[in-house]
Design a protein around this ligand. Structure first.
Ligand code: SD4
Length: 331
């Protein structure tokens, strides 16, 4: 077949896929695989801001919302936190002073949506969900993502915030070296990744960030990449990542965690082996923090980080707490 007709057929396929079932909808058909789940609703989110995010998500779960509603609500909570320097409105800019946001979302039917390099929009996670539910695409970035968000009436914001702009101006004066790797830890870099399982056993995940502070313009990390920053497979479970995106992409981190769970590993063991693989792929781990958290279809959860200092928030009907993960090494 000539390439041109192949492309044309592909386009017809694409148009057909716009109406195909399998597109996420608010009232997605229950997956029969899920009927046995008895573990109750549960939500886990990275870092201490995960506590507030979980509480926002829990409001949805409590009132019969799905895990997808919960992770979106949780992510939106952190995106609107003006004190958070790594997510949403309070995020740190790139080298040229632009706050560009990355986010992705995935549900139990393997529907997924993603935005990258999105500037001036309050809730990238909801744009990602909108893309997932209303287009045949998974990922829309940059000017196209902005155009999409504006067209669909998403709330706009002005970034960076004045205090963030001041910090950036100070940094600019100091002329930080371009190749210098920033220390990624709780203080300066704390993307939120969320996973939820609802009463029906449906797993969804979300991830949202402003990424590496003072990154090169155009840089995308792992957070908008399905399989790196987030992966969900209802046959197995879900995982999210936080830390230096370049390292996480290198091993398709979240997908790796899920595949290890598929082989029978517990969430914690799968996260540990993924961290160990990541470490094996880097000659120099100085300052390179990365962590994963995961949930399986039994509702078991766990996490693991390269360095100490990483924690995640857990919410169930009886728990609302922060859990320090085991780690490979100390700072
Ligand atoms: C990134 N993974 O853009 C994100 C940042 C992050 O904790 O997770 N920080 O590389």
């Amino acid at each position: 077949m000539e390439r041109r007709s192949f492309v044309k057929l592909g386009a017809i396929g694409l148009a057909a896929s716009i109406v195909k079932p399998g597109f996420a909808s608010e009232d997605s058909v229950a997956n029969p695989v899920l009927s046995d789940y008895k573990g109750g609703a549960k939500m886990i989110s990275t870092w201490s801001h995960g506590l507030e995010a979980n509480r926002a998500g829990w409001e949805k779960l409590k009132s019969g919302g799905t895990s997808l509603d919960a992770v979106e609500a949780g992510a939106r909570q952190t995106e609107s936190d003006v004190k958070n320097r790594s997510v949403g409105i309070g995020g740190m800019p790139d080298r040229e002073g632009h706050v560009t946001l990355d986010a992705c979302i995935m549900d139990w039917e393997s529907n997924c949506g993603s935005v990258g390099y999105l500037e001036g929009i309050a809730h990238p996670i909801s744009v990602a969900k909108h893309i997932m539910q209303n287009t045949p695409h998974v990922m829309i970035v940059g000017a196209g993502a902005k155009q999409y968000a504006l067209k669909h009436g998403f709330e706009t914001i002005k970034t960076p915030l004045p205090e963030v702009k001041k910090e950036w101006e100070k940094w600019k004066k100091e002329q930080a070296a371009i190749a210098k790797k920033p220390a990624i830890n709780h203080e300066n870099h704390d993307t939120i990744g969320l996973l939820a399982i609802d009463e029906a056993g449906r797993i969804s995940g979300a991830c949202t960030t402003s990424g590496w502070a003072y990154k090169l313009p155009g840089r995308l990390g792992d957070s908008p990449i399905i399989g790196s920053g987030l992966f969900v497979d209802q046959e197995v479970g879900g995982a999210v990542a936080t830390g230096l995106g370049e390292s996480i992409i290198r091993i398709a981190g979240s997908h790796t965690v899920v595949e290890l769970m598929r082989q029978g590993k517990s969430p914690e063991q799968a996260c540990k082996e993924t961290v160990e693989r990541l470490i094996r792929k880097h000659k120099d781990m100085t300052g390179l923090q990365c962590a994963f958290i995961a949930i399986n279809t039994k509702g078991e959860v766990g996490g693991f980080s390269v360095y100490n200092g990483f924690n995640y928030a857990l919410k169930t009907t009886t728990q609302d707490e922060l859990i320090d993960t085991p780690f490979d090494r100390k700072w």
